[in-house]
Design a protein around this ligand. Structure first.
Ligand SMILES: Nc1ncnc2c1ncn2[C@@H]1O[C@H](COP(=O)(O)OP(=O)(O)OP(=O)(O)O)[C@@H](O)[C@H]1O
Ligand SMILES: [Mg+2]
Length: 439
């Protein structure tokens, strides 16, 4: 709020400042310097005295009157040669001086005026100039008044700008919250604001977009859910029929065939189960949170691993933390990464953890690794890197997608790095709980 408000306020004040200067220069050019005008008004008494009292004196009395003025006046009045006056004044003012006008020098609080144009008052008076100094000119006061005016305008503008920014800011904050929530998978999030709000049309569009995304994803989820459910019955029937066939057959060749078919049916069953699991994670209702000691959780994952030719290095020394998690779901995600490591390793895999401001769980292997441009894609359902290699290793390409969703439901992330063992490293980051168990 502060940023948007101050930016706008500074912009408005800058515009007003620029406008003030433009107005000043335009006025000076068109109608003369306004400061000159103020100074002339402030020195009006002294100018009046010279013009009305000294100038109107008969020729022989002119100098007497000038001296009288010098005696009674607070200001210094001198007669100087025209050349000296010209030197002291800006060239732009020379013409006015020559003409016999009163020429003000605001900065030095002085004015200059030729005694006369034809040497009427005394011999050579046409070449002399009356120079009055220490005039009661105070431009500072005028500038102070301008500054006060400027500050009052600024303060008066502050209020509507603050009100304007506040309404916009709260609206924008609401929209950004909705965008965050929809992005995080909470598709029912909507912005609520009155139709009179200035960003109401934008909020309406975002709500409409969120609604469309929700209904599209809902329809897709329902479709996968229904298909998977529908497949369960024929699969069960097939399993039963194969069982019957096996018991009725005494032909070893046929039995071998039946065993292969049972394997296929089991794989199909596994796929349907994985799909249903994924749908459950998508709906976000699968989480049963509790406080879980990290080390015990990871040890459980290691114990549940199937036997493998790869040597497993476990380093849980720094795993001294608890996490707020659904232990079954998190163990599944970690188990998936470990089984992948077993599948793709070339003799060595590793599991380690680090607890700090976040909890990091690292699964390493010394297999072929995953190219950087595929890091995001391997988390997509059914995506597999190398189809020929992956066919040999089995699996559906759903494991990482399920692990990713499970970790995201815990407020965490999974990223892929190059492993110090030479293959891929999967790093799960989870928010740590503040309290730690005594070790
Ligand atoms: N540790 C790894 N090293 C190299 N490639 C990997 C590794 N882990 C995953 N992959 C690649 O990512 C793809 C997706 O992995 P994912 O776990 O989703 O599927 P899967 O293991 O093939 O099958 P599933 O887990 O469903 O049984 C894999 O097919 C494989 O190509
Ligand atoms: Mg897998």
């Amino acid at each position: 709020m502060n940023r948007i408000f101050f930016r706008f306020f500074v912009l408005v004040m800058l515009s007003i400042t620029v406008a003030t200067f433009v107005i000043y220069f335009a006025m000076s050019r068109l109608f003369g310097d306004p400061l000159d005008d103020i100074a002339r008004r402030q020195a009006a008494a002294q100018i009046f005295l010279i013009e009305q009292y000294v100038d109107r004196a008969p020729t022989d009395e002119w100098l007497v009157r000038l001296n009288k003025v010098r005696e009674v006046s607070d200001i210094n009045i001198d007669l100087i040669p025209l050349a000296q006056a010209r030197k002291a004044l800006h060239p732009q003012l020379h013409e006015a001086l020559e003409r016999g006008d009163v020429v003000l020098d605001v900065a030095r609080k002085a004015f200059y005026r030729r005694v006369d144009l034809y040497g009427n008052h005394y011999v050579g008076s046409a070449d002399d100039v009356i120079w009055a100094q220490d005039l009661p000119i105070d431009i500072g006061l005028a500038l102070k008044m301008e500054a006060v005016r400027y500050v009052i305008v600024a303060l008066a503008l502050l209020i509507p700008i603050a009100l304007w920014s506040r309404t916009h800011w709260t609206g924008l904050q609401q929209l950004s919250r909705v965008a965050d929530e929809v992005g995080a998978g909470q598709l029912s999030a909507r912005a609520h604001m009155p139709p009179s709000a200035s960003i109401y049309p934008l909020a309406e569009r975002i709500n409409h977009m969120a609604g469309r995304i929700e209904s599209l994803l809902g329809a897709q989820r329902n479709l996968i859910h229904s298909v998977s459910h529908e497949l369960r019955t024929p699969i069960a029937r097939l399993e039963f029929a194969l069982e019957l066939l096996r018991s009725a057959s005494d032909d070893p060749a046929l039995e071998q065939r039946i065993a292969a078919m049972e394997g296929d049916v089991a794989e199909l069953n596994g796929l349907v189960n994985e799909l249903l699991n994924m749908i459950k994670l998508d709906s976000g209702t699968a989480l049963q949170l509790s406080t879980v000691p990290l080390r015990a959780l990871l040890q459980g994952c290691v114990d549940a691993l199937p036997p493998s030719a790869c040597a497993l290095q476990v380093d849980l020394q720094a795993a001294d933390a608890t996490v707020q998690a659904d232990p079954r779901l998190l163990a599944r995600a970690i188990g998936n990464l470990l089984r992948n490591a077993q599948k793709y390793c070339e003799g060595q895999i590793g599991l380690s953890a680090r607890a700090g401001s976040t909890v990091q769980i690292m699964v390493d292997d010394n297999g072929p690794g995953i190219p950087a441009d595929q890091h995001a894609r391997v988390f997509e359902p059914f995506y597999r890197l190398d189809r020929s290699r992956d066919r040999a290793t089995g699996g559906f390409g759903l494991g990482l997608s399920i692990a990713h969703k499970a970790v995201a439901l815990h407020g965490g992330t999974i990223r892929i790095e190059a492993s110090p063992l030479g293959g891929a490293r999967f790093v799960i980051s989870l928010p740590a709980r503040a309290d730690r168990p005594a070790s």
